[in-house]
Design a protein around this ligand. Structure first.
Ligand SMILES: NC(=O)c1ccc[n+]([C@@H]2O[C@H](COP(=O)([O-])OP(=O)(O)OC[C@H]3O[C@@H](n4cnc5c(N)ncnc54)[C@H](OP(=O)(O)O)[C@@H]3O)[C@@H](O)[C@H]2O)c1
Length: 340
């Protein structure tokens, strides 16, 4: 009887162990097939813990960092905050168009907005955010606003940051970038670091910093940037610069995803992109934006048209095949559409 009981106990234990192992394997397989985007390890130093469970949790967090979650439509930044992987760019939008575009984005489920001191519309972005929070009942915590300070402001970064906080008037800034490299950029970044400590800015980043600039800049600062913004579209793909940035645990976000104003008709009319769009029953813009997401690049297409804004958020009902990704990679012609 005792032998039967022991045998039964052993069988139950073996069953539990195999069920747990099987579950983990299934989850890993699921993650590998579902995460179509780029993953990378963080270079953020993690404290050594004795507690095995805590170490395991930290490892999971490190692995999750930078991976696009196509279910939640977010990415975990190295700052510990999650950011939506698609949103709205507001360059060249006048005040009223900017307010209505921000509201159109938020009403249609978008949560990420990019502005800058240089665009002259931080106040409009703030107005749109506040109105949408009130009218559509969206909590502030769900919304992610990026703004930038310009090199002409690097001489007095406190004044620049305070002005951005005041113009936006949404409590805190989710992410602030230095718009371009320039005189005083390290000091300006260090000032932003102090505002992070004070809780007035949550994450930091850089815009238009590439391989040489990053290599020189990173050793001089304390908080690794969470994001680098740069020009990327099918005619200017930066196939080497993108992984260079991502491998540092920094998320890449593209500007001019559709080529930029004045260049969109050529890109959206490109025969290769059009043929892929037709195969999926979507628009050329959606194909380009989806191609970015599958490269692990966050998209902020600019638009003052509510129909386009809605369309640009609808990127999760189809997936580009490896062949289609490759066809778009072959369109690269190193054709920059701006000087920086
Ligand atoms: N860090 C930097 O130095 C830097 C530089 C440039 C831009 N940016 C940021 O990146 C954002 C994106 O760049 P961008 O706005 O200049 O250029 P873009 O997103 O490449 O193109 C914007 C143009 O695309 C059109 N468009 C948008 N969605 C469309 C759709 N679904 N179908 C057809 N046309 C569509 C827009 O027209 P409609 O208005 O008619 O929709 C607009 O003319 C900017 O808004 C800005 O926030 C950053």
């Amino acid at each position: 009887m005792k032998r039967v009981f022991l045998g039964l106990l052993l069988f139950v234990m073996l069953f539990i162990v195999s069920a747990c192992t099987g579950k983990d394997t299934d989850r890993e397989t699921e993650q590998l097939t579902e995460d179509t985007s780029t993953s990378f390890e963080s270079d953020t130093a993690m404290p050594i813990e004795d507690d095995a469970e805590e170490t395991e949790n930290q490892e999971t967090e490190m692995i999750d960092m930078g991976i696009f979650d196509f279910e939640t439509k977010k990415v975990m930044l190295n700052s510990g905050y999650e950011m939506p992987i698609m949103g709205l760019g507001t360059y060249a939008l006048d005040h009223d168009t900017c307010v209505s575009s921000v509201k159109a984005l938020l009403q249609n489920g978008g949560r990420l907005i990019d502005t800058a001191y240089m665009y002259g519309n931080e106040d409009a972005v703030g107005e749109g955010v506040r109105q949408a929070m009130e009218e559509y009942g969206i909590p502030r915590e769900e919304i992610f606003v990026i703004t930038k300070i310009y090199p002409s402001q690097f001489g007095d970064p406190e004044a620049a940051i305070d002005m951005a906080l005041e113009k936006l008037d949404i409590g805190y800034i989710d992410m602030m970038l230095l718009h371009h490299p320039g005189n005083g950029d390290v000091e300006a970044y260090k000032t932003m670091e102090r505002y992070v400590e004070e809780g007035k800015i949550r994450s930091l980043g850089l815009s238009n910093w590439y391989v040489e600039e990053l290599t020189d800049f990173l050793p001089q600062i304390t908080i690794t940037p969470a994001l680098v913004q740069k020009e990327i579209h099918p005619y200017y793909q930066e196939q080497e610069v993108v992984p260079f940035i991502q491998e540092k645990g920094i998320v890449v976000q593209c500007w001019y995803p559709l080529g930029g104003r004045g260049h969109t008709s050529e890109l959206l009319g490109d025969e290769t992109i059009k043929s892929i769009a037709e195969a999926h029953g979507v628009s050329s813009a959606q194909v380009i934006l989806r191609w970015d997401l599958q490269r692990g690049i966050v998209v902020i297409p600019g638009s003052g048209n509510p129909d386009h804004i809605k369309e640009n958020l609808d990127l999760f009902g189809f997936e580009l095949t490896e062949d289609e990704m490759e066809m778009i990679f072959l369109l690269d012609r190193d054709e920059k559409h701006d000087w920086y």
